[in-house]
Design a protein around this ligand. Structure first.
Ligand SMILES: *Cc1c(COP(=O)(O)O)cnc(C)c1O
Length: 358
């Protein structure tokens, strides 16, 4: 499929942010976006790059009523030699299609998704920041746009990609987070849509997240929705526990988002000879091992922060300090390695990086 390009008038181009270090995540967007339409009888068509701007949606567009929408999140990294690279992007393209299947939406050839990203970044390459640790965040999204209020999968969809420069997550250094174990509210349940990157999971996480914030915690630790006992995720990230010299993460059982960072952490740790176990971990075990000292680290993994160390956990009105409230050894080592690979400073032994010809 051809991708047509309609460039923004040069006189209307937006100024790049001068201060890349203090960019607020998700507020500045590049000049162009990619769009692609789906109609049942015609399939995907009309691939185009156009100036960034508001969408024209019918107020009856099904995504606005029944939430049939999915998205992805990945980053483009500028290497010191000026080249632009992506980290395991085919994983995001395949995950978008898994999310699409779960939400009864049409799939898009992963190779074409990647070509769309590459062409968009070729147009907006100057938006990929230069300062160390900053990157261009890429947000592919698919929504149901058919105007119809009957409940069924839509027959028309829009896929679009927007991008925007983001600062290094830890511009001010690592800051271990305080997390709050939610027993009252759940994010998702087995058999639900927790394994899909869909809007509903974010909507359902807001209330508990706000409560936690009011109590002074950065994020919610989510327990499974059935027994409210086994750890699922933290915030919108996957979670890891270091107990003794074993690295433990909950298994993908339908309620957990299969993170690309989660998979990368497991591959790296195994490569280093660390025992990595995917198993259910009950909150009682977390608290018991925190008390005994066997629990040495907790950290979250995700594209935005890569690795986010946990310094404190609150459960049933009691607080437990983890790693003395500082950054754990493995969290730091994993962070340095993954970021080093992303910026071309460390050897890419797994062949994760993809160079864009832009
Ligand atoms: C996106 C996401 C993650 C992290 O996935 P990455 O591919 O590592 O960025 C984890 N949990 C949830 C709920 C997510 O939406």
């Amino acid at each position: 499929m051809e991708i047509s390009v309609h460039l923004l008038d040069p006189s209307k181009r937006h100024k790049k942010p001068g201060d890349e270090k203090h960019l607020v995540f998700g507020r500045v967007f590049s000049d162009h976006m990619f769009m692609l339409d789906f109609k049942e009888e015609k399939g995907w068509q009309n691939a185009r790059i156009v100036p960034y701007g508001p969408l024209a949606l019918d107020p009856a567009a099904m995504v606005l009523h029944y939430g049939q929408g999915i998205f992805e999140g990945l980053k483009a990294y500028r290497w010191p030699n000026g080249e632009i690279w992506l980290f395991r992007p085919e994983q995001n393209c395949e995950r978008l299609n898994r999310s699409a299947r779960k939400l009864c939406m049409p799939e898009i050839d992963p190779a074409f998704q990647l070509r769309a990203i590459e062409k968009l970044l070729a147009v907006d390459k100057d938006w990929v920041p230069h300062s160390v640790g900053s990157s261009l965040y890429i947000r592919p999204t698919m929504i149901a746009v058919e105007p119809h209020l009957g409940v069924r999968p839509a027959g028309e969809y829009l896929y679009f990609i927007i991008t925007g420069p983001v600062a290094a997550y830890y511009a001010e250094g690592f800051n271990p987070v305080k997390i709050y174990v939610s027993e009252e509210y759940v994010r998702t349940v087995r058999g639900g849509v927790g394994e899909a990157k869909t809007m509903a999971n974010y909507a359902s996480s807001l209330y508990a997240a706000e409560l936690a914030k009011k109590k002074g915690y950065t994020q919610v630790l989510w327990l499974d929705g059935v027994e409210r006992r086994y750890v699922d995720e933290v915030g919108t990230s996957n979670i890891f526990f270091r107990i003794g010299d074993e690295l433990i993460t909950p298994p993908l059982g339908g309620s957990i988002l299969p993170g690309v960072t989660r998979d990368s952490v497991m591959q790296l740790a195994k490569h280093w000879g660390i025992q990595v176990t995917e198993r259910q971990i009950a909150i009682e075990e977390v608290i018991e091992t925190a008390k005994s000292g066997a629990l040495k680290e907790i950290f979250a993994s995700g594209t935005a922060a890569v690795i986010s160390p946990v310094g404190e956990i609150s459960y049933r009105e009691r607080n437990y300090r983890i790693s003395d409230g500082t950054v754990g050894e493995w969290a730091l080592k994993l962070y340095d390695e993954i970021v080093g690979i992303q910026y071309g400073e460390r050897e890419d032994i797994f062949g994760w990086m993809r160079r864009l010809s832009v």
